[in-house]
Design a protein around this ligand. Structure first.
Ligand code: 6PG
Length: 232
């Protein structure tokens, strides 16, 4: 089940998450730390905090960065997850381009899902045949989605490939999304969800209900933690 870390403010939750992440990086002594980042507005605040207060503390050159999901748009599009991360974080910290592995949202989605799955398979060590991220940072949408795995797309939770094409149900926007099994095989899964509007869905998700992709992950992940400012 999931360990819940509930704080009074989103800033405190972001500090708590960062402290845990630093511990995880510190414990990974034999190799680089392979970290998958999510997009959306919650990580944007986290990345800004890293730039403002952790720039000298995070060992940037030990990180290999990947994306949990990407909107199928070019990197300079306002909705690009990579673009947001680049503007807020990557342009401001000493991290070599060789450590940044973005999803090409501008390319043919099916081909890019295959290319990125193969890249991950090449770069990460395997556990039970699945690539093992050291840490996956996930968000939770108010509809209970995580990564870009939306309710009604449950087949992506047990999908055979590491990444798949999904569709945002309201807008029809295509996404490239990390699928369920590699999420469950990560060394550590950290959910970061803040704001009053997330309280109702978080109450459902932490029960581990399968109808919500985030709930499916919560009930099966070996080592998952939630950082939030919601009173759970
Ligand atoms: C995306 C994200 C997505 C996000 C949730 C929560 O591309 O939209 O990666 O999975 O984590 O939608 O988003 P917010 O933090 O904006 O609520």
């Amino acid at each position: 089940m999931i360990k819940i870390n509930s704080f009074s403010t989103s800033l405190e939750a972001a500090h708590g998450l960062t402290k845990l992440l630093l511990e995880q990086i510190g414990q990974c002594t034999e190799k680089d730390f392979h970290l998958a980042l999510s997009g959306g507005s919650t990580p944007a605040a986290l990345f800004q905090l890293w730039v403002d207060q952790y720039k000298e503390i995070i060992p940037w050159n030990r990180l290999q960065l990947y994306w949990v999901d990407e909107r199928c748009v070019p990197p300079d599009h306002p909705e690009s997850n990579f673009g947001m991360t680049k503007r807020i974080l990557l342009d401001k910290v000493p991290l070599s381009d060789l450590h940044i592995h973005r999803i090409h949202g501008e390319d043919c989605p099916e081909e890019e899902a295959k290319r990125y799955s193969a890249l991950i398979d090449d770069l990460l060590i395997k556990r039970n045949t699945y690539p093992e991220f050291d840490c996956i940072l996930l968000g939770i949408g108010v509809d209970g989605h995580t990564s870009s795995l939306f309710p009604g797309q449950q087949y992506l939770l047990t999908y055979a490939e590491t990444y798949a094409v999904s569709v945002q149900p309201q807008t029809g926007q295509q996404r490239i999304a990390l699928t369920g099994l590699p999420i469950l095989h990560a060394h550590k899964v950290i959910f970061f969800a803040t704001g009053k509007e997330k309280l109702a869905i978080l109450k459902e998700v932490i029960k581990g209900e399968d109808q919500y992709p985030a709930g499916y992950i919560v009930s099966r992940a070996a080592d998952a933690e939630l950082f939030t400012d919601c009173p759970l």
